[in-house]
Design a protein around this ligand. Structure first.
Ligand SMILES: Cc1cc2nc3c(=O)[nH]c(=O)nc-3n(C[C@H](O)[C@H](O)[C@H](O)COP(=O)(O)OP(=O)(O)OC[C@H]3O[C@@H](n4cnc5c(N)ncnc54)[C@H](O)[C@@H]3O)c2cc1C
Ligand code: SF4
Length: 482
């Protein structure tokens, strides 16, 4: 195992992300050694570390008289290519095995949708429920009589029910931080190194899963889309890092949640559980399938032809837009924002300001504790920026300030007025929204799901549209001072 510059430098990562990976690797190495496995571990400042996977392998193989090289399929295109190339060129025997960390194989999604016009997550999810017999009443019928309880998952959180304190492991990670600083790795965000909050071992990951079932699952679905100035995590599980770093298997997470629900069915409604299972069995596996179906071309997609840059405040949180301030500040402080903050606050803003998807991808790939390309790029370039032209989502996730006001308390204490569109103190999301629809008309003219929005746009008078466009242009040009 090796802490390599090849991995720390391909993007600027959040400091908590680098620490979490190094700590998890060290803990796993210690676990293997305790079971009498022979482990070679290169730390970031070890002089023998060549900081490149191939170079390290080329050194270790003769040094240890290795006669056979075997690996599990990685989950990044970049690493996949590197390992394929290495296996082709090395003189020793090589074998490759499928990864054990997902419920699907790389090509399952592509095979499932072969010959179909559109790739719809819902059909894939239902098939996964049947195939793995998860929450099924019979072979064909879902438990609770419905596949989807999304409608009941859209509540605003107004101070109750009480949100339990987030489980934090409060570990001292100063030594790892010192090593990272000594190596002069460029990072972003902040860390409280005496109170590190993320799980970095299987034991801690299991504790977080149990905590989620006991404390958060009863309200998970209800408040899945809610946002609040005082609450960063609400009822979200924060399990993505534990799963993406492979300390937990997605199936064991699903099984534990379903068992807990069956044992506590009076306290927990099916809608809370189905909402959670859908994210992991549905969305997570779906995104991975799209990644392997579409890479490497996916990383270049810019279907809406956006070209702008992200403003500086994405790295400082210094903006008068309260929603953006909170979503970015907590990302810098915790390497975490929940799905709706990523999609409907920062992602929405980046798309409405017509930012180049490369810029957006780099930011998301760096800042979040759980950001690994297969799940970051499909969510960012696909679901959030609609840069794939509708492979992941059937329409772009954009909204005016109205949606943000409905799902959060951000607007109440904002410098801007969510009800206004063109005035000096108007919420920037409003003019940006109509301007975006107008600028991208050609892209949406054959999209039935956009028809209602485009009809509303067409009802606006040319005078109104003119002032909206002037306002939007001003916002985009002066992003750093809003
Ligand atoms: C622009 C954007 C970028 C994102 N980047 C990432 C990323 O880099 N890594 C990542 O793991 N997730 C990403 N997501 C998906 C989602 O936001 C995170 O998985 C989630 O916020 C992690 O927090 P949690 O564990 O508390 O999730 P919870 O809300 O508790 O959900 C439970 C689990 O469901 C899975 N899940 C939920 N939504 C998705 C989704 N859309 N795609 C895949 N898995 C999902 C995650 O494994 C998550 O841990 C992104 C979403 C958007 C809109
Ligand atoms: S008024 Fe607009 S900018 Fe301010 S918090 Fe609401 S949506 Fe965000």
């Amino acid at each position: 195992m090796a802490e390599m510059r090849q991995e720390t430098d391909y993007v600027t990562h959040h400091i908590q992300k680098v620490i979490a990976f190094f700590e998890s690797m060290q803990n796993f190495a210690a676990h293997l050694k305790a079971k009498d496995h022979h482990v070679i571990y290169y730390k970031i400042n070890d002089p023998q570390n060549a900081h490149n996977l191939v170079k390290n392998l080329e050194k270790i193989i003769p040094e240890h008289n290795v006669i056979c090289f075997e690996y599990q399929l990685p989950d990044e295109y970049r690493l996949d290519q590197q390992l394929k190339e290495f296996s082709k060129n090395t003189s020793i025997e090589t074998n490759v095995y499928d990864t054990e960390h997902f419920l699907t194989k790389r090509a399952d999604l592509e095979n499932f949708f072969k010959g179909k016009k559109q790739i719809i997550m819902e059909y894939f999810y239902r098939d996964m429920r049947k195939k793995h017999n998860i929450m099924m009443q019979t072979d064909k019928d879902p438990e609770g009589g419905k596949w989807n309880f999304d409608q009941s998952n859209r509540k605003q959180w107004k101070g109750s029910p009480t949100i339990p304190n987030a489980l934090s492991f409060k570990k001292d990670v100063s030594q790892t931080l010192n090593e990272i600083n000594k190596a002069k790795i460029k990072t972003l965000g902040t860390v409280d190194a005496q109170n590190f909050q993320w799980p970095t071992s299987r034991k801690e990951s299991l504790e977080l899963l149990t905590y989620f079932c006991d404390q958060l699952l009863p309200h998970f679905g209800d408040f899945q889309d809610a946002m609040h100035t005082d609450e960063h995590f609400l009822f979200h599980s924060r399990l993505s890092f534990a799963m993406n770093s492979k300390m937990l298997h997605p199936k064991e997470v699903i099984d534990k949640v379903i068992n807990y629900w069956h044992n506590n069915s009076k306290k927990i409604d099916i809608s809370q559980v189905e909402g959670f299972v859908r994210q992991i069995l549905g969305w997570r596996e779906f995104m991975r399938g799209i990644y392997w179906k579409e890479m490497p071309g996916y990383a270049k997609k810019n279907n809406l032809e956006n070209t702008n840059k992200l403003p500086e405040f994405f790295w400082t949180a210094e903006t008068k837009m309260n929603c953006m301030h909170h979503a970015i500040k907590q990302s810098l402080d915790h390497a975490y924002a929940h799905h709706i903050q990523r999609l409907m606050i920062t992602g929405n803003y980046a798309l409405l300001t017509q930012t180049h998807p490369d810029e957006v991808d780099q930011w998301y790939l760096g800042i979040y504790i759980d950001a690994i390309e297969w799940v970051e790029i499909t969510n960012t370039r696909g679901m959030s920026q609609f840069a794939d032209g509708g492979i992941v989502a059937t329409k772009p996730y954009v909204s005016s300030g109205n949606y943000i006001n409905k799902m959060s308390n951000y607007c109440k204490s904002c410098h801007y007025n969510v009800k206004k569109t063109i005035e000096d103190d108007a919420c920037p999301f409003n003019a940006l929204y109509w301007n975006f629809l107008d600028d991208k008309r050609a892209h949406f003219k054959n999209n039935n799901r956009m028809a209602m929005m485009m009809n509303l746009l067409n009802k606006k008078s040319s005078i109104e549209m003119e002032s909206i466009k002037v306002k939007a242009k001003k916002i985009i040009e002066k992003q750093n001072i809003i």
